[in-house]
Design a protein around this ligand. Structure first.
Ligand code: CUA
Length: 319
């Protein structure tokens, strides 16, 4: 049902992104006309006034200054720049002024080196790297307002098909809003250089039909089921340094430096898009995250094979 599309500003599916595409076409049209005129005159001049071998070698007429031409090439570009500025300002104003309706979904996205924490304060959900939102229908418009924060350095939130870029700055709260009008999976990327693994700070937005979104919320709100078979792995998890950085609801683990693992297996990738999330990759990740993502702040856990099997056996049940 969901398809992942090429992240292009020319394939918008959400209200602010429609405006950005329209503005881009407007600017591209004006600059294309300027390019064609300038390049056309240049080519015409080359052909028309190029030196011909047969022509007598006489100097052409020399022109020193022309008030009319100088005024024209000053005033016309000035007017074009003013038009571009005013139109852009109008779009920016219209997008940023949008008031939050009372029934809007609120999400907080926190930039970390190098992953995204995603919180749904009203639902008590904490997850990572994958944003789930409801689709907005004509009969029931649904806006999602996203609060952006950073715990370390400057990042930038950008899902081209849904909204414009917005910087994620430490000690400052920024906001974006989206109104996706088509169900699907849309990819985004940190758009501000933030250190070694800036390129592996991917983001995915899954737009669900409304009832499917509510089902996702309900599944994320439940605590993971306890299986007797995975008890040794659970106890190992609680006894290791894992719990200093990671949370799993219902365990002593309540760390916040790393992603919440309560439903880790419901996510499609590990390390913010570094590798597909399968039990085999999860095992290799726990063994040595740097194998997939050099510089990842999670250390290699230095576990032996039996411990790895137990631990991953437990983590793989966190659906
Ligand atoms: Cu975070 Cu680039």
């Amino acid at each position: 049902m969901t398809t992942t599309e090429t992240p292009s500003i020319f394939a918008p599916v959400s209200t602010p992104a429609f405006a950005i595409r329209d503005l881009s076409f407007f600017v591209l049209t004006i600059t294309a006309v300027i390019f064609i005129l300038v390049a056309g005159f240049a080519v015409y001049t080359l052909i028309r006034f190029g030196r011909r071998p047969a022509a007598p070698d006489i100097e052409p007429a020399q022109v020193y200054g022309s008030t009319q031409i100088e005024l024209a090439w000053t005033v016309v570009p000035l007017l074009i720049v003013v038009v571009l500025f005013l139109v852009t300002a109008r779009y920016v104003y219209r997008i940023e002024r949008r008031a939050q309706p009372p029934d809007a979904l609120e999400i907080t996205v926190v930039g970390n080196q190098w992953w995204w924490e995603i919180r749904y304060p009203k639902f008590g959900i904490v997850t990572a790297n994958e944003l789930h939102v409801p689709v907005s229908e004509a009969a029931r418009p649904t806006l999602t307002f996203i609060t952006l924060q950073s715990v370390d350095v400057a990042h930038s939130f950008w899902v081209p098909q849904l909204s414009g870029k917005m910087d994620v700055i430490p000690n400052k709260t920024n906001r974006v809003w989206i109104e996706p009008q088509r169900v699907g999976t849309y990819v985004g990327q940190c758009a501000e250089y933030c250190g070694l693994q800036h390129a592996l700070m991917l983001l995915k937005v899954v737009v669900h039909p409304r009832d499917e979104f509510l089902a996702w919320v309900a599944s994320q709100q439940t605590a993971p089921a306890l299986h007797e078979a995975t008890r040794p792995g659970r106890e190992l998890f609680s006894s290791l340094a894992c719990i200093n950085c990671h949370s799993v609801r219902g365990t002593p683990g309540n760390g916040v430096f790393g992603p919440d693992l309560t439903h880790v297996m419901s996510r499609s990738t590990l390390g913010a898009g570094a590798v597909r999330n399968t039990p085999e990759n999860l095992r290799a990740w726990v063994k040595d995250p740097a194998a997939f993502k050099a510089g990842a702040l999670m250390p290699a856990m230095k576990l032996d094979d039996a411990q790895l099997d137990q631990l991953v056996g437990y983590l793989a049940t966190l659906r």
